[in-house]
Design a binder for this molecule. Structure first.
Ligand SMILES: *[C@@H]1O[C@H](CO)[C@@H](O)[C@H](O)[C@H]1NC(C)=O
Ligand SMILES: *[C@@H]1O[C@H](CO)[C@@H](O)[C@H](O)[C@H]1NC(C)=O
Ligand SMILES: *[C@@H]1O[C@H](CO)[C@@H](O)[C@H](O)[C@H]1NC(C)=O
Ligand SMILES: *[C@@H]1O[C@H](CO)[C@@H](O)[C@H](O)[C@H]1NC(C)=O
Ligand SMILES: *[C@@H]1O[C@H](CO)[C@@H](O)[C@H](O)[C@H]1NC(C)=O
Ligand SMILES: *[C@@H]1O[C@H](CO)[C@@H](O)[C@H](O)[C@H]1NC(C)=O
Ligand SMILES: *[C@@H]1O[C@H](CO)[C@@H](O)[C@H](O)[C@H]1NC(C)=O
Ligand SMILES: *[C@@H]1O[C@H](CO)[C@@H](O)[C@H](O)[C@H]1NC(C)=O
Ligand SMILES: *[C@@H]1O[C@H](CO)[C@@H](O)[C@H](O)[C@H]1NC(C)=O
Ligand SMILES: [Zn+2]
Length: 331
């Protein structure tokens, strides 16, 4: 089982939302900012007190969704905003979240589940792993966009390599910036971004990244995050529309126009994840009972309250269904 998961994760590297590098960097940034109480809370849930306790599980959700058990979670990595970039960008939950769920409902569901008294230790562990991953995914603009299956169907080249727009945002551009995708590369990127957050170029905007954050209204908070990232689809991802980028070389001119946004979004996700976990852990001061969380009550843990009204599948959602609700084609 373990080797199967590892093999799947390896084979699919690059088919993730933010690749391995992006997700692990988000997790390292969060590890840097969480309180000691939160760290102990998370380590107890994950049964792991290593120096990479969050980074080590940051891409788990991308391997889990390729298992028979985890297949149901494939649509949770994105929300298909059916807007019209570059003229109009927006997210409408009832229009855009699929009836099986989306990244917004998933963040709400796993926020409830990580705190609920009536989930198993394994399910609480999974809930935390999902949160670490999805709070990263939701900041990738193309994870908040339906057009061409989140850009997967827009072919481009990156320094001569044939790929697609979604993939260069997830993987090629972050790796080009940092020169690799190992855990060490992620840790080093996190050191750079936390320095920029504490006293550099991001210092004057980090408060806006967590404005309105409310763990008691996770759905509204996640929808705000999806809307924030989706706006970049119009301004940075497709400023001149789809036809202008279709089939073009994206290095170095497009890369230069996009990389600053990628760095901001990774930094933002790390800061939000830390604030989210701090708020979740704050409710329970007893580390010995850290698993219990602020709600520590039996609650409905199905998540059905977070789903949109059922409706017929739109053309964009039929396309997603045809690729198994994937968020990236395999390469
Ligand atoms: C948090 O933990 C670190 C290392 O584990 C320690 O150096 C630091 O003093 C702790 N901070 C507080 C406020 O207890
Ligand atoms: C804890 O996490 C680290 C980093 O991901 C991993 O190498 C280690 O195997 C984990 N330990 C346990 C007991 O799972
Ligand atoms: C672009 O590709 C060429 C040829 O494969 C390679 O030599 C070069 O290092 C690459 N440049 C960058 C910036 O990745
Ligand atoms: C972060 O890395 C960039 C290069 O990507 C560099 O220009 C910047 O000075 C670094 N920031 C800090 C605070 O080290
Ligand atoms: C932050 O400061 C920079 C100049 O250092 C400025 O360009 C930018 O508009 C400021 N951002 C905010 C949100 O105040
Ligand atoms: C993108 O280019 C391909 C191949 O040239 C073409 O078939 C397709 O219609 C183009 N799509 C758009 C939206 O321009
Ligand atoms: C912390 O968890 C324990 C064990 O479930 C519970 O008895 C206690 O009430 C919780 N404390 C808070 C503040 O939620
Ligand atoms: C959890 O408890 C709630 C409230 O008692 C109940 O409605 C729900 O069915 C329980 N779910 C599980 C999985 O135990
Ligand atoms: C909530 O999470 C559970 C466990 O992963 C899953 O079975 C359920 O489908 C999720 N509900 C929603 C609405 O996402
Ligand atoms: Zn993902």
């Amino acid at each position: 089982m373990y080797t199967t998961l590892l093999a799947a994760a390896f084979a699919l590297r690059g088919a993730n939302a933010w690749g391995t590098l992006g997700h692990e960097t988000v997790a390292f940034i969060a590890q840097h900012y969480v309180s000691n109480h939160t760290a102990a809370w998370a380590q107890s849930i994950l049964s792991n007190d290593s120096a990479s306790y969050l980074a080590g599980v940051a891409t788990w959700a991308d391997s889990y969704r390729y298992t028979a058990e985890g297949k149901f979670s494939a649509p949770f990595h994105y929300i298909d905003a059916e807007d019209s970039p570059p003229t109009s960008c927006n997210v409408d939950f009832e229009r855009d979240c699929g009836s099986e769920g989306c990244v917004v409902s998933a963040i709400a569901n796993y926020t409830t589940r990580v705190q609920a008294a009536n989930v198993s230790a394994e399910q609480r562990d999974y809930a935390l792993r999902f949160l670490v991953h999805f709070i990263g995914d939701i900041t990738q603009p193309l994870h908040d966009e339906a057009l061409e299956v989140g850009g997967n169907d827009i072919d481009v080249t990156f320094n001569g390599t044939a790929t697609n727009l979604h993939h260069i945002w997830d993987t090629n551009m972050p790796e080009e910036l940092r020169g690799g995708y190992s855990l060490k590369d992620a840790a080093a990127w996190a050191v750079n971004l936390t320095a920029e957050i504490d006293s550099g170029v991001y210092q004057n905007q980090t408060a806006s990244w967590v404005a309105g954050l409310d763990v008691n209204d996770a759905k509204a908070t996640a929808l705000r995050w999806a809307t924030d990232a989706n706006a970049f689809v119009c301004s940075v991802v497709l400023p001149d529309g789809e036809a202008a980028i279709n089939g073009t070389e994206t290095y170095p001119a497009y890369y230069d126009s996009a990389i600053g946004t990628i760095e901001v979004q990774i930094a933002k996700a790390g800061v939000r994840l830390a604030a989210w976990l701090d708020a979740l852990a704050a409710g329970n001061k007893t580390v010995a009972h850290a698993y219990a969380g602020r709600r520590s009550l039996p609650v409905d843990v199905s998540g059905r309250e977070f789903l949109p009204e059922p409706r017929e599948l739109s053309v964009a959602k039929l396309k997603r269904a045809a690729i198994g609700w994937g968020c990236g084609h395999q390469h």
